[in-house]
Design a protein around this ligand. Structure first.
Ligand code: FAD
Length: 467
């Protein structure tokens, strides 16, 4: 829409993007609409070509930030048709008892589970509809000559290759970004990369013989167990992908790690002992333990996201986070919509556009990195504790009483688009208010709600943009 009327920041016509993942493909779509010619390079074959992998078959939770990007590219209806709404967390305790913790009391406080593959295909299909986007599958970035502005790719296992001259290059090649490493060879980006001492493995819960899901599909299922946990969400076919999060190495006593679970005997016994209500629903557990790799997770923080006006990093390449807040895709797509609005403002150069993006996003992506690490501890541990539940009950009460001022941090992150830093800061103020109200109290009726009203009025402005 309005392709030719949108401003171009410079005379550049061609933009080269590395990585046709979520961020790379979304950015290609947005930039093609502005009139740029896009070369999009992806190491993997076309996902429509039939090659499958478990990573692509897993489900993702989408919140408002991702949905906003899908809305402005006209893809939301299509994605919604493939999505399963999820209204809260279903906590499974050791005895198999389940409790629903709703995400909120408003209708919009709903997450949407989609198969990674479906979202990817939807974006690639849209990209394929543009005659300004050329997608080059089976192109793995190998080298970049920054002075000559030339990138080389390997195109097959037999040493085949391709060289490409670029004007502007955008690295959207994920957490282990090659573009980032090649940029670092040229300039110090101030990278801080912290890997988690835990890994994950995908497992599946197929539907029953009538293709019906075996658990409630409208919730995120969580089995919090202290040092580790299991998580599952539903796909559109009635199956669930479950993710087992476990330390890489245990202590050989109380805590098991992937390293100790080195035989089916131990794996099966561990699953039965810890997740007894769901293990019987996993008929392929043994093969999946054997065949699915242990994934690694980490946090990437950079001081600089760009090399002048030559190159920029976006998405996980610039700011990978641990997956426990379910915000990686949301945040990657928010980079794309933010860059799109910066280009609307008519920056005088690519360097100015990239610098503005870094200024608007860096603090925010650092804030979501911190909140994702917090969520790791909360989900493994506190969701099963009484204090946590009392706090949740108070939080909900304050939300109902003060809907414009008191909004749970989780909700600000997942269901709103206010900057992550603001969500973080409000969360801290709200946390202190709750600490003060709960000091010495064991039950919700003991809380002084008049004091609560005063503290909320005094310390919290109204939330500026709700949705
Ligand atoms: P990616 O999606 O990683 O895409 C990078 C692309 O670049 C890939 O297609 C890759 O093949 C390609 N590439 C890499 N190297 C090269 C190269 N050298 N040459 C050419 N191409 C290359 N986020 C959510 O919002 N909700 C969730 O529920 C959620 N759950 C998650 C669960 C797990 C277990 C994990 C690990 C992550 C989860 N995330 C979730 C995070 C999310 O997956 C990432 O944040 C998101 O995929 C980042 O998008 P991206 O486009 O930046 O990178």
């Amino acid at each position: 829409s309005g392709q030719s009327t949108k401003k171009m920041p410079t005379e550049t016509k061609n933009v080269s993007i590395i990585g046709a993942g979520m961020a790379g493909t979304m950015l290609a779509i947005l930039m093609a609409r502005r009139g740029y010619e896009i070369d999009l390079f992806e190491q993997h074959p076309d996902p429509n070509s039939g090659e499958r992998n478990i990573e692509l078959a897993s489900n993702l939770a989408l919140g408002e930030r991702a949905r906003h990007a899908l809305r402005i590219t006209g893809l939301i209806e299509q994605v919604d048709r493939l999505a399963t709404p999820m209204r809260g967390r279903m906590i499974h305790d050791r005895s198999g008892r389940i409790t629903l913790q709703p995400y909120g009391y408003q209708d919009y406080e709903t997450l949407f589970s989609v198969r990674r593959e479906s979202l990817q295909q939807c974006l690639l299909y849209e990209a394929g509809n543009s005659d300004r986007i050329r997608v080059h599958f089976d192109h793995r970035l190998r080298t970049i000559d920054w002075d000559a502005k030339k990138a080389t790719f390997s195109t097959d296992e037999n040493g085949g290759g391709h060289a490409h001259d670029f004007e502007v290059l955008i690295g959207a090649d994920g957490p282990a970004s090659k573009v980032r490493r090649l940029m670092q060879d040229d300039t110090d980006l101030g990278a801080d990369i912290q890997m988690l001492e835990a890994g994950y493995k995908f497992l599946t819960i197929p539907p029953d013989e009538h293709h019906e899901p075996l658990m409630d599909p409208n919730a995120v299922h969580v089995w919090p167990r202290g040092g580790y946990m299991l998580l599952a969400f539903a796909g559109p076919d009635g199956s669930f992908t479950a993710t087992l999060f476990l330390p890489l190495k245990g202590d050989h006593k109380m805590i098991w790690g992937f390293e100790e679970l080195d035989s089916w005997t131990r794996q099966g016994a561990f699953m039965d002992a810890n997740f007894q209500d769901v293990t019987p629903l996993m008929p392929h557990l043994e093969e999946e333990f054997r065949d699915n790799p242990v994934g690694r997770m980490g946090t990437v923080r950079l001081n600089r996201w760009h090399l002048g006006g030559k190159a920029l990093l976006i998405g996980d390449a610039a700011h990978a986070i641990v997956p426990f807040h379910g915000q990686g895709v949301n945040s990657a797509l928010e980079d794309c919509t933010t860059l799109d609005s910066i280009l609307d403002e008519g920056p005088e150069s690519w360097e100015a556009a990239f610098q503005t993006l870094q200024e608007r996003r860096k603090e925010n992506t650092n804030a979501i990195a911190d909140m994702a690490l917090d969520a790791y501890h909360t989900m493994r541990e506190s969701v099963r504790h009484r204090d946590f539940l009392l706090r949740k009950a108070l939080e909900r009460e304050l939300e109902l009483r003060h809907p414009k001022r008191f909004v749970a941090r989780y909700s600000l992150v997942m269901f709103h688009r206010i900057p992550y830093t603001e969500a973080y800061q409000r969360g801290q103020v709200q946390g202190v208010i709750m600490d003060e109200l709960l000091a010495g109290k064991d039950d919700l009726p003991d809380v002084d709600l008049e004091l609560a009203a005063r503290l909320v009025e005094e310390r919290l402005e109204e939330v500026s943009v709700l949705l």
